[in-house]
Write a new protein. Structure first.
Ligand code: DC
Length: 210
């Protein structure tokens, strides 16, 4: 079974998807980490981030690997921490917008999604990667709340810079971030993580009962 969790940056996807996977005993797949790892490697190798063909080739040649501890690897390097740096936050939408890159990533995501029960987190999971997912959830939250959450994750960056980054990312990710028509939308602004997880868990249990 696939549970798709989509939504914009800071809506709570990672925290919720991770906790949900743990509760259900499902695997967890963070597709944003795949675009982040590719961006890290492309920058490391000095590639032109506008070169769609070169980036797609790199994505194909150097698949992102998640180990059993959910650490993220690319080209033999553990990039779990480096992909959360602000420089990656800023450049990843530039890489993620190339259709050829997305094709490679989506094929790999579908392959990983076929290996049993999994919670997949991203932007286009319910719409494109797994349109037949058993449960689709679209998380949203007020921009102020999303900025607050990001500040907690990125203590090194000032509030103003962070708000600007978030706005720019929202704009560049907007074309790829939309709910599937059959997704359940949950506004997490005033909810605790446990409440969101419980709500989605109930949807999954309903599905498995059918
Ligand atoms: O969720 P995140 O911040 O880790 O995502 C990183 C970037 O990757 C973000 O700019 C959106 C993009 N992304 C995407 O285009 N499609 C996905 N399925 C997941 C992430």
């Amino acid at each position: 079974m696939i549970v798709a969790i989509d939504g914009p940056a800071g809506a709570g996807k990672s925290t919720v998807a991770r906790a949900l996977a743990e509760r259900l005993g499902f695997r967890y797949l963070d597709t944003g980490a795949m675009y982040r790892a590719l961006t890290w490697l492309a920058m490391q190798r000095g590639l032109d981030l506008g070169d769609e063909a070169a980036l797609a080739e790199l994505a194909d040649a150097e698949p992102v690997v998640f180990d059993e501890d959910d650490r993220v690897w690319i080209a033999g390097t553990d990039v779990t921490s480096s992909i959360r740096e602000t420089r990656i936050d800023r450049m990843v939408p530039v890489v993620a917008r190339h259709p050829a890159v997305r094709e490679v990533m989506r094929a790999r995501q579908r392959q990983l999604g076929r290996e049993g029960d999994v919670v997949i987190e991203g932007r286009d999971i319910g719409t494109v990667v797994a349109p037949d997912a058993a449960v689709k959830v679209y998380l949203v939250a007020d921009r102020e709340e999303r900025a607050r959450r990001r500040i907690a994750e990125r203590p090194g960056i000032g509030a103003d810079a962070l708000a600007t980054d978030l706005r720019l990312r929202d704009e560049s990710d907007a074309a790829r971030t939309r709910p599937a028509p059959d997704a359940i939308e949950i506004d997490t602004t005033h909810l605790r993580v446990e409440d969101v997880v419980e709500r989605i868990e109930a949807l999954v249990r309903e599905r498995t009962a059918v």
